[in-house]
Design a binder for this molecule. Structure first.
Ligand code: AMP
Length: 285
């Protein structure tokens, strides 16, 4: 495995890889790897000849007062895990090269970024989509792998790729969870032991929703009331949002008659945790 820090060097590597007739699979990350990241890398191995993983804590996707400075970083551990997963190239650009002083171009996906996390993090997706677009220009992947844990991010990136006619196949991968259901996240390291226990309420609330949905409940408000009750029973948890949206447009739905996503964001201590579950009326038919 090789580590590349320079943008030019990454571009030159990708051009010669493509010239040799090899395909490039790409997994963009902010590092601090867990099994969720590794599952994306394993899928990348299956889908491309050469696997590039980027590690870049992207400042433009953090709002004022968010955790950019404290976001967990551990390059040496990440390199070991990536090497064990069969990664060919770690691309870890420097902030000063990604965003030089005269930087002024941003990519904004207008509609699907408005709801959910867009409500409390209004500049977040502009930063995410911009950096992914830049990384695609540098790494030149044939296929890029993303986790469904960040459901809105995945929808926004698919939209960007379609709108800008980028020749990249986007693959979404299922959420990796701890044994008690908590979705793996680099931000779980912020949780104290008590908060970690409290965080189980996210998955418990999703399972409650799933149960109601399987019993035939289709009214969004009735499901959301039950979800809120599960989370609010946990004193350490503060709901940012809990919503049910059309899985493609991410607009709120009143009743679930199309593939929908129940998405939530909950603050526990210093951590803002997100999770989701897809509710598909055709399942089990
Ligand atoms: P991050 O480093 O948090 O920006 O995440 C990098 C990629 O890993 C994104 O595509 C995430 O959606 C994905 N990811 C994060 N957590 C998980 C998880 N628990 N399961 C699957 N994919 C995940």
């Amino acid at each position: 495995m090789q580590t590349i820090n320079s943008i030019k060097e990454m571009q030159t590597f990708s051009i010669s890889t493509i010239d040799e007739g090899q395909s490039i699979a790409f997994v963009p990350t902010m590092g601090s790897f867990h099994a969720g990241h590794i599952s994306l890398m394993e899928e990348g191995k299956r889908r491309g000849d050469c696997l590039v993983v980027s590690i870049f804590v992207n400042p433009t996707q953090f709002g004022a007062g968010e955790d950019y400075a404290n976001y967990p970083r551990d390059m040496e551990r990440d390199k070991q895990l990536a090497e064990a997963a069969g990664v060919d190239i770690i691309f870890a650009p420097r902030v000063a090269e990604m965003y030089p002083p005269n930087y002024q171009t941003y990519v904004n996906v207008e509609e699907v970024t408005k709801n959910l996390c867009g409500l409390s993090r209004p500049t977040h997706f502009r930063g995410v989509v911009t950096v992914v677009c830049k990384l695609f220009g540098i790494v030149k992947p044939h296929v890029a792998i993303f986790g469904e844990k960040d459901f809105q991010q995945l929808v926004a990136i698919r939209q960007m790729v379609s709108d800008l006619n980028l020749d990249v196949t986007i693959v979404g991968m299922p959420i990796c969870r701890e044994e008690d259901g908590l979705a793996l996240s680099s931000r779980n390291t912020y949780l104290t032991a008590n908060e970690r226990k409290a965080a189980r309420c996210l998955f418990r609330s999703l399972m409650r929703a799933n149960e109601l949905f399987k019993e035939g409940e289709r009214k969004t408000n009735d499901i959301l009331r039950n979800v809120m009750a599960v989370i609010e029973a946990e004193p350490l948890a503060n709901v940012d949002y809990v919503k049910i949206c059309d899985a493609k447009t991410l607009k709120d739905v009143g009743e679930i008659h199309q593939v929908s996503v129940l998405a939530l964001a909950v603050k526990i201590g210093k951590a803002r945790l997100i999770d989701n579950i897809v509710l598909n009326p055709s399942d089990g038919l």
